[in-house]
Design a protein around this ligand. Structure first.
Ligand code: ZN
Length: 191
């Protein structure tokens, strides 16, 4: 079987791609699309997510439209490095929940020739840059910002407004707890 990456393995170059955006912006769908395309090209793919993200399924990256792909839950970023030997493409979902060590892990993987694709929330519900995502965006080769649609006015939305009373930052993706809002509607909603 002819596999191009084996022929050219001595000059394999890694890359870092970040897909960042608000809730309901299609981050995970875009991650899944890129990973499935790599699989079609017979590249080996591993997908990781933090153990904190257990809202629907233990072993799958599940997006809101239920387009899913198998993944491995890991406790921390160091585990990703340990489990990514000889993998062509590493996908990381819900990366905002990982420790900041993820930035170094991702850089190491890319330097070793791995293509790393990271999806995560760029801001928390307060509009503050979320966990390792800003650092990952800084070191990335490619950054894609995806947007949702504002549920109040139909403009492009980049904020994840939380309208429940709970104060826990690690509250996950249910529709009843978050809504995507544009800047103008977010300002009005949080006044
Ligand atoms: Zn709006």
């Amino acid at each position: 079987m002819f596999i191009e990456r084996d022929v050219n393995s001595h000059k394999k170059v890694g890359t870092i791609e970040v897909i960042a955006g608000s809730m309901f912006s299609g981050k995970t769908e875009e991650l899944i699309r890129r990973l499935k395309r790599a699989k079609f090209a017979r590249q080996s793919v591993e997908i990781f997510k933090p153990t904190v993200d257990v809202r629907y399924s233990e072993n799958e990256v599940v997006s809101h439209d239920e387009n899913s792909i198998r993944s491995t839950p890991v406790e921390n970023s160091a585990n990703i490095l340990l489990l990514s030997g000889n993998v062509d493409v590493v996908g990381i979902d819900e990366a905002q929940f990982f420790d900041k060590g993820l930035i170094e892990v991702v850089a190491k993987l890319a330097n070793m020739g791995t293509r790393v694709i990271i999806a995560g929330l760029d801001m928390d519900f307060k509009g503050v840059p979320f966990g390792p995502i800003p650092g990952l965006m800084a070191i990335a080769d490619y950054v894609t910002k995806v947007h949702a649609i504002c549920v109040r006015c139909g403009s492009i939305a980049q904020f994840s407004h939380r309208f429940s009373e709970q104060e826990q930052v690690v509250l996950l993706g249910e529709k009843e707890a978050y809504e995507p809002l544009c800047r103008s509607c977010y300002i009005k909603a949080t006044k």
